[in-house]
Design a protein around this ligand. Sequence first.
Ligand code: KG4
Ligand code: ZN
Length: 341
Amino acid sequence: MKILGIESSCDETACAVVEDGKRVLSNIVASQIDEHRLYGGVVPEIASRRHAENISWVARAALDEAGLTMNDIDAVAVTYAPGLIGALLVGVSFAKGLAMSADKPLVPVHHIAGHIASNYISHPELKPPYLCLVASGGHSHIVEVKDYTRYHVVGRTRDDAAGECFDKAARTLGYEYPGGKFIDAAAKLGDPDAYKLPKPRVQGSEYDFSFSGLKTAVINLVHNAAQKGEEINREDMAASFQKTVAQTLVEKTMLAAENLGYTTVALAGGVSANSGVRELLKQECEKRGFELYMPELKYCGDNGAMIACQGYFDYLAGKRADESLNGIATLSLDKISEEDD
Ligand code: KG4
Ligand code: ZN
Protein backbone atom coordinates (compact mmCIF):
# COMPACT_ATOMS: atom_id res chain seq x y z
CA MET A 1 0.00 0.00 0.00
CA LYS A 2 1.48 3.35 -1.12
CA ILE A 3 0.80 6.50 0.89
CA LEU A 4 1.63 10.07 -0.05
CA GLY A 5 2.57 11.92 3.17
CA ILE A 6 2.31 15.71 3.42
CA GLU A 7 3.94 17.79 6.18
CA SER A 8 3.77 21.58 6.61
CA SER A 9 3.41 22.16 10.36
CA CYS A 10 6.43 24.43 10.79
CA ASP A 11 9.15 25.50 8.37
CA GLU A 12 9.66 22.53 6.05
CA THR A 13 7.34 21.77 3.16
CA ALA A 14 7.74 18.03 2.85
CA CYS A 15 6.14 15.23 0.82
CA ALA A 16 7.06 11.57 0.54
CA VAL A 17 5.75 8.28 -0.77
CA VAL A 18 6.13 5.31 1.58
CA GLU A 19 5.05 1.75 0.87
CA ASP A 20 3.53 -0.36 3.67
CA GLY A 21 4.80 2.02 6.34
CA LYS A 22 8.45 1.13 5.81
CA ARG A 23 9.80 1.38 2.24
CA VAL A 24 10.55 5.00 1.39
CA LEU A 25 10.04 5.47 -2.37
CA SER A 26 10.69 9.24 -2.24
CA ASN A 27 11.23 11.91 0.38
CA ILE A 28 11.37 15.58 -0.66
CA VAL A 29 11.95 18.33 1.91
CA ALA A 30 11.90 22.03 0.95
CA SER A 31 13.35 23.90 3.91
CA GLN A 32 12.64 27.58 4.54
CA ILE A 33 15.34 27.89 7.17
CA ASP A 34 17.59 30.25 5.20
CA GLU A 35 14.82 32.85 5.15
CA HIS A 36 13.71 32.46 8.78
CA ARG A 37 17.34 32.57 9.93
CA LEU A 38 17.42 36.29 9.06
CA TYR A 39 14.83 36.86 11.83
CA GLY A 40 16.34 34.49 14.40
CA GLY A 41 13.32 32.18 14.39
CA VAL A 42 10.34 30.98 12.36
CA VAL A 43 8.06 33.83 11.22
CA PRO A 44 4.59 32.22 10.93
CA GLU A 45 3.29 34.48 8.15
CA ILE A 46 6.36 33.84 5.99
CA ALA A 47 6.12 30.10 6.70
CA SER A 48 2.50 29.95 5.45
CA ARG A 49 3.34 31.87 2.28
CA ARG A 50 6.32 29.70 1.41
CA HIS A 51 4.33 26.51 2.06
CA ALA A 52 1.66 27.78 -0.34
CA GLU A 53 4.31 28.48 -2.98
CA ASN A 54 6.13 25.17 -2.54
CA ILE A 55 3.56 22.52 -1.78
CA SER A 56 2.48 21.73 -5.37
CA TRP A 57 5.98 21.20 -6.73
CA VAL A 58 7.13 19.31 -3.63
CA ALA A 59 4.20 16.87 -3.98
CA ARG A 60 4.85 16.54 -7.72
CA ALA A 61 8.56 15.90 -7.05
CA ALA A 62 7.71 13.20 -4.48
CA LEU A 63 5.52 11.39 -7.03
CA ASP A 64 8.12 11.83 -9.80
CA GLU A 65 10.98 10.56 -7.68
CA ALA A 66 8.91 7.48 -6.77
CA GLY A 67 8.09 7.01 -10.48
CA LEU A 68 4.36 7.12 -9.69
CA THR A 69 1.23 9.11 -10.48
CA MET A 70 -1.76 9.74 -8.20
CA ASN A 71 -3.37 6.66 -9.77
CA ASP A 72 -0.77 4.50 -8.00
CA ILE A 73 -1.32 6.15 -4.60
CA ASP A 74 -3.69 4.39 -2.17
CA ALA A 75 -4.18 7.21 0.35
CA VAL A 76 -3.08 10.76 1.19
CA ALA A 77 -1.84 11.37 4.75
CA VAL A 78 -1.41 14.88 6.11
CA THR A 79 -0.21 16.52 9.33
CA TYR A 80 -3.25 18.31 10.80
CA ALA A 81 -1.92 19.00 14.34
CA PRO A 82 -0.07 20.38 16.24
CA GLY A 83 1.89 23.27 14.70
CA LEU A 84 1.63 26.80 13.32
CA ILE A 85 -1.99 27.11 12.30
CA GLY A 86 -1.42 28.98 9.04
CA ALA A 87 1.30 26.53 8.05
CA LEU A 88 -0.83 23.48 8.90
CA LEU A 89 -3.75 24.83 6.90
CA VAL A 90 -1.70 24.94 3.69
CA GLY A 91 -0.89 21.22 3.90
CA VAL A 92 -4.40 20.29 5.06
CA SER A 93 -6.12 22.28 2.28
CA PHE A 94 -3.78 20.90 -0.37
CA ALA A 95 -4.23 17.32 0.87
CA LYS A 96 -8.01 17.68 0.94
CA GLY A 97 -8.06 18.97 -2.65
CA LEU A 98 -5.69 16.26 -3.85
CA ALA A 99 -7.49 13.42 -2.09
CA MET A 100 -10.87 14.57 -3.32
CA SER A 101 -9.82 15.18 -6.92
CA ALA A 102 -8.03 11.82 -7.13
CA ASP A 103 -10.77 10.07 -5.16
CA LYS A 104 -8.38 8.70 -2.53
CA PRO A 105 -8.90 8.29 1.23
CA LEU A 106 -7.56 11.14 3.37
CA VAL A 107 -5.81 10.23 6.64
CA PRO A 108 -5.17 12.89 9.33
CA VAL A 109 -1.82 12.43 11.12
CA HIS A 110 -0.59 13.92 14.41
CA HIS A 111 2.87 15.45 13.97
CA ILE A 112 4.37 13.89 17.11
CA ALA A 113 2.95 10.48 16.17
CA GLY A 114 4.76 11.02 12.85
CA HIS A 115 8.08 11.70 14.62
CA ILE A 116 7.62 8.51 16.66
CA ALA A 117 6.86 6.58 13.44
CA SER A 118 10.18 7.64 11.90
CA ASN A 119 11.56 4.74 13.95
CA TYR A 120 9.45 2.22 11.99
CA ILE A 121 11.12 3.38 8.77
CA SER A 122 14.60 2.90 10.17
CA HIS A 123 13.67 -0.22 12.19
CA PRO A 124 10.65 -2.07 10.75
CA GLU A 125 11.17 -4.74 13.43
CA LEU A 126 10.21 -2.26 16.19
CA LYS A 127 6.77 -3.07 17.57
CA PRO A 128 4.75 -1.40 20.34
CA PRO A 129 4.53 -1.34 23.28
CA TYR A 130 7.61 0.72 24.09
CA LEU A 131 8.56 4.01 25.75
CA CYS A 132 9.55 6.93 23.49
CA LEU A 133 11.44 10.09 24.36
CA VAL A 134 10.27 12.78 21.92
CA ALA A 135 12.40 15.93 21.87
CA SER A 136 11.82 18.53 19.17
CA GLY A 137 11.71 22.27 18.67
CA GLY A 138 8.17 22.47 20.02
CA HIS A 139 7.81 19.43 22.31
CA SER A 140 9.58 17.35 24.94
CA HIS A 141 7.58 14.29 25.88
CA ILE A 142 8.01 10.89 27.42
CA VAL A 143 5.36 8.78 25.72
CA GLU A 144 4.05 5.29 26.32
CA VAL A 145 3.45 3.98 22.80
CA LYS A 146 0.75 1.42 23.58
CA ASP A 147 0.20 0.38 19.99
CA TYR A 148 0.75 1.98 16.56
CA THR A 149 -2.03 4.53 17.13
CA ARG A 150 -2.49 4.78 20.91
CA TYR A 151 -0.34 6.82 23.23
CA HIS A 152 -0.12 7.95 26.82
CA VAL A 153 2.05 10.97 27.60
CA VAL A 154 3.65 10.42 31.03
CA GLY A 155 6.01 13.40 31.03
CA ARG A 156 6.15 16.74 29.26
CA THR A 157 7.94 20.05 29.47
CA ARG A 158 6.55 22.70 31.79
CA ASP A 159 8.11 25.53 29.78
CA ASP A 160 10.62 25.44 26.89
CA ALA A 161 11.02 22.37 24.70
CA ALA A 162 14.49 20.80 24.53
CA GLY A 163 15.07 22.01 20.95
CA GLU A 164 13.93 25.52 21.86
CA CYS A 165 16.42 25.50 24.74
CA PHE A 166 19.21 24.35 22.38
CA ASP A 167 18.32 27.15 19.96
CA LYS A 168 18.19 29.85 22.64
CA ALA A 169 21.49 28.77 24.22
CA ALA A 170 22.99 28.69 20.72
CA ARG A 171 21.79 32.23 20.01
CA THR A 172 23.35 33.45 23.28
CA LEU A 173 26.64 31.89 22.17
CA GLY A 174 26.40 33.63 18.78
CA TYR A 175 25.29 30.74 16.56
CA GLU A 176 22.73 31.13 13.81
CA TYR A 177 19.13 29.84 14.07
CA PRO A 178 18.36 27.00 14.52
CA GLY A 179 21.48 26.47 16.59
CA GLY A 180 20.97 22.94 17.95
CA LYS A 181 23.26 21.41 15.37
CA PHE A 182 25.96 24.07 15.97
CA ILE A 183 25.94 23.32 19.72
CA ASP A 184 26.24 19.63 18.82
CA ALA A 185 29.29 20.32 16.59
CA ALA A 186 30.93 22.71 19.10
CA ALA A 187 30.31 20.32 22.01
CA LYS A 188 32.55 17.75 20.34
CA LEU A 189 35.49 20.14 20.78
CA GLY A 190 34.71 21.26 24.35
CA ASP A 191 35.04 20.08 27.95
CA PRO A 192 31.59 19.04 29.27
CA ASP A 193 32.71 19.66 32.88
CA ALA A 194 34.07 23.17 32.29
CA TYR A 195 30.92 25.04 33.38
CA LYS A 196 28.58 24.08 36.20
CA LEU A 197 24.99 24.42 35.05
CA PRO A 198 21.86 23.71 37.09
CA LYS A 199 20.11 20.39 36.49
CA PRO A 200 16.51 21.37 35.81
CA ARG A 201 14.14 20.10 38.52
CA VAL A 202 10.35 20.01 38.49
CA GLN A 203 8.07 19.88 41.52
CA GLY A 204 5.17 17.48 41.38
CA SER A 205 5.86 15.13 38.50
CA GLU A 206 8.95 12.99 38.37
CA TYR A 207 8.80 12.66 34.56
CA ASP A 208 8.15 16.31 33.60
CA PHE A 209 10.89 18.56 32.22
CA SER A 210 11.72 22.22 32.70
CA PHE A 211 14.37 23.84 30.54
CA SER A 212 13.88 27.57 31.07
CA GLY A 213 16.14 27.72 34.16
CA LEU A 214 18.97 26.10 32.25
CA LYS A 215 18.52 28.53 29.38
CA THR A 216 18.60 31.46 31.82
CA ALA A 217 21.75 30.07 33.49
CA VAL A 218 23.58 30.04 30.14
CA ILE A 219 22.37 33.56 29.32
CA ASN A 220 23.48 34.86 32.75
CA LEU A 221 26.91 33.22 32.57
CA VAL A 222 27.54 34.64 29.11
CA HIS A 223 26.31 38.15 29.99
CA ASN A 224 28.17 38.29 33.32
CA ALA A 225 31.37 37.25 31.59
CA ALA A 226 30.84 39.95 28.93
CA GLN A 227 30.32 42.60 31.63
CA LYS A 228 33.57 41.62 33.32
CA GLY A 229 35.36 41.59 29.99
CA GLU A 230 35.99 37.85 30.32
CA GLU A 231 35.87 35.33 27.49
CA ILE A 232 33.43 32.45 27.47
CA ASN A 233 34.84 29.38 25.81
CA ARG A 234 32.04 28.55 23.35
CA GLU A 235 33.05 24.92 22.87
CA ASP A 236 33.26 24.31 26.63
CA MET A 237 29.90 26.01 27.23
CA ALA A 238 28.29 24.05 24.36
CA ALA A 239 29.66 20.79 25.76
CA SER A 240 28.56 21.59 29.34
CA PHE A 241 25.11 22.65 28.18
CA GLN A 242 24.60 19.63 25.93
CA LYS A 243 25.70 17.26 28.69
CA THR A 244 23.15 18.80 31.09
CA VAL A 245 20.28 18.57 28.58
CA ALA A 246 21.19 15.00 27.62
CA GLN A 247 21.42 13.92 31.28
CA THR A 248 18.05 15.49 32.06
CA LEU A 249 16.27 13.88 29.10
CA VAL A 250 17.89 10.48 29.55
CA GLU A 251 17.62 10.25 33.38
CA LYS A 252 13.87 10.91 33.30
CA THR A 253 13.34 8.49 30.43
CA MET A 254 15.27 5.74 32.26
CA LEU A 255 13.30 6.40 35.46
CA ALA A 256 9.99 6.20 33.58
CA ALA A 257 11.05 3.00 31.77
CA GLU A 258 12.09 1.33 35.03
CA ASN A 259 8.98 2.41 36.97
CA LEU A 260 6.53 1.60 34.18
CA GLY A 261 8.20 -1.68 33.22
CA TYR A 262 9.41 -0.91 29.69
CA THR A 263 12.53 -2.63 28.36
CA THR A 264 12.21 -1.19 24.85
CA VAL A 265 12.99 2.50 24.44
CA ALA A 266 12.89 4.76 21.37
CA LEU A 267 13.95 8.32 20.59
CA ALA A 268 12.27 10.77 18.18
CA GLY A 269 12.03 14.44 17.15
CA GLY A 270 14.55 16.95 15.81
CA VAL A 271 16.74 16.72 18.92
CA SER A 272 17.09 12.96 18.34
CA ALA A 273 19.83 13.99 15.87
CA ASN A 274 21.92 15.21 18.81
CA SER A 275 25.04 13.10 19.24
CA GLY A 276 25.23 13.71 23.01
CA VAL A 277 21.63 12.60 23.59
CA ARG A 278 22.05 9.56 21.33
CA GLU A 279 25.29 8.48 23.01
CA LEU A 280 24.07 8.87 26.59
CA LEU A 281 20.77 7.12 25.83
CA LYS A 282 22.72 4.26 24.23
CA GLN A 283 25.02 3.92 27.26
CA GLU A 284 22.18 4.00 29.79
CA CYS A 285 20.04 1.53 27.81
CA GLU A 286 23.01 -0.84 27.44
CA LYS A 287 23.65 -0.66 31.20
CA ARG A 288 20.08 -1.79 31.87
CA GLY A 289 19.82 -4.31 29.04
CA PHE A 290 17.12 -2.21 27.32
CA GLU A 291 16.59 -2.38 23.56
CA LEU A 292 17.04 1.07 22.00
CA TYR A 293 15.70 2.37 18.68
CA MET A 294 16.68 5.70 17.15
CA PRO A 295 15.73 7.13 13.73
CA GLU A 296 18.42 7.52 11.07
CA LEU A 297 19.65 11.13 11.04
CA LYS A 298 17.78 11.92 7.78
CA TYR A 299 14.43 11.12 9.46
CA CYS A 300 15.05 13.01 12.74
CA GLY A 301 13.88 16.44 11.51
CA ASP A 302 10.48 17.16 9.97
CA ASN A 303 9.83 15.11 6.83
CA GLY A 304 6.98 13.64 4.80
CA ALA A 305 8.13 10.02 5.12
CA MET A 306 7.32 9.90 8.84
CA ILE A 307 3.82 11.25 8.08
CA ALA A 308 3.27 8.69 5.30
CA CYS A 309 4.53 5.95 7.63
CA GLN A 310 2.23 6.92 10.50
CA GLY A 311 -0.51 7.48 7.91
CA TYR A 312 -0.24 3.80 6.99
CA PHE A 313 -0.85 2.69 10.59
CA ASP A 314 -3.63 5.26 11.04
CA TYR A 315 -5.20 4.03 7.80
CA LEU A 316 -5.11 0.42 9.04
CA ALA A 317 -6.71 1.61 12.30
CA GLY A 318 -9.57 3.08 10.25
CA LYS A 319 -8.76 6.79 10.69
CA ARG A 320 -10.23 8.89 7.90
CA ALA A 321 -10.94 12.56 7.30
CA ASP A 322 -13.24 14.32 4.87
CA GLU A 323 -13.45 17.85 3.49
CA SER A 324 -14.29 19.17 6.97
CA LEU A 325 -10.74 18.40 8.21
CA ASN A 326 -9.19 21.45 9.89
CA GLY A 327 -5.72 22.24 11.18
CA ILE A 328 -5.36 22.30 14.99
CA ALA A 329 -2.52 24.31 16.56
CA THR A 330 -2.47 22.49 19.90
CA LEU A 331 -3.55 18.89 20.37
CA SER A 332 -2.07 16.41 22.83
CA LEU A 333 -1.27 12.87 21.76
CA ASP A 334 -3.38 11.70 24.73
CA LYS A 335 -6.37 13.40 23.14
CA ILE A 336 -6.18 11.50 19.84
CA SER A 337 -5.91 8.24 21.81
CA GLU A 338 -9.04 9.09 23.82
CA GLU A 339 -10.96 9.61 20.58
CA ASP A 340 -10.04 6.05 19.63
CA ASP A 341 -11.16 4.49 22.91
O1 KG4 B 1 11.30 18.05 15.13
P1 KG4 B 1 11.85 19.28 14.54
O2 KG4 B 1 12.52 19.18 13.19
O3 KG4 B 1 10.75 20.38 14.44
C1 KG4 B 1 9.72 20.46 15.37
O4 KG4 B 1 8.74 19.67 15.25
O5 KG4 B 1 9.87 21.28 16.31
O6 KG4 B 1 12.89 19.85 15.60
C2 KG4 B 1 13.67 20.99 15.36
C3 KG4 B 1 14.58 21.21 16.55
C4 KG4 B 1 15.29 22.55 16.51
O7 KG4 B 1 15.16 23.15 17.78
C5 KG4 B 1 16.73 22.17 16.21
O8 KG4 B 1 17.71 23.06 16.72
C6 KG4 B 1 16.82 20.83 16.89
O9 KG4 B 1 15.61 20.19 16.58
N1 KG4 B 1 17.97 20.05 16.41
C7 KG4 B 1 19.02 19.71 17.20
C8 KG4 B 1 19.94 19.01 16.36
N2 KG4 B 1 19.41 18.95 15.10
C9 KG4 B 1 18.19 19.59 15.16
N3 KG4 B 1 19.25 19.93 18.51
C10 KG4 B 1 20.39 19.46 19.02
N4 KG4 B 1 21.33 18.79 18.28
C11 KG4 B 1 21.14 18.54 16.98
N5 KG4 B 1 22.06 17.86 16.27
ZN1 ZN C 1 8.73 18.13 14.19
